[in-house]
Design a protein. Sequence first.
Length: 228
Amino acid sequence: MALTEAGMTPAPEKELVSCAKTLNLAGEVEALADATNYGDRKTVDAWRRTLQAKPLIIVLHETVIGEQATVAMFQTPHPNDADQASYHMLIARDGTRLRIVPDEKRAYGSGMSAFGDVTQRTKPSSVGSVNNIALHLSLVSPPDGRDDRSGHSGYTLAQYRNLAAQVLLWQAKFGIPLTRLTTHEAVDRSRSRYDPRSFRWDRFDSEYRQAARLCGFQRFDNGQAGPA
């Protein structure tokens, strides 16, 4: 099942640059994953059926482990499929945006997953996944969140602020409505993922709406974000 086109026109590059400047958003820090931990967005599957192969949804995660350990894991070669993992971007506790995988590539952020009823199975040996149409963004967990408890002390203001900015920039770049912002917990179909734990949608919403107003991108806010 394919995800219908949202009908939102992406913003020109100059407007994206202007928005980032208006929001005083510092540049990305490059921390690219090893090539084994991401791949190309697939345009056809093993049965020669056409696949949607551009970003259509944004999935939020948390790292559980610390920032340096997360980057080191992604930069370690993993030749076995079962060990491969990555996000497009991390947001550190101080708000720094770390670039892990280029937007045009396929990050391995959600294994068995679906957005509503939408998923893609690319070969007989694979499970359905949203990775081919997703942008994956992860918040670095606080020190008391580096375990499997149901919650922790939460995320910093800098993380919420730059998360809102990054979501808005991705929306504007690819024409993604806010209702296609979701969480790893919501898209996971293995029933084993619950991140981002202790996420406060009210804190995100206030930062997001302010950023959208300052950039003149209110048209991308078509309703409340959240689980699909």
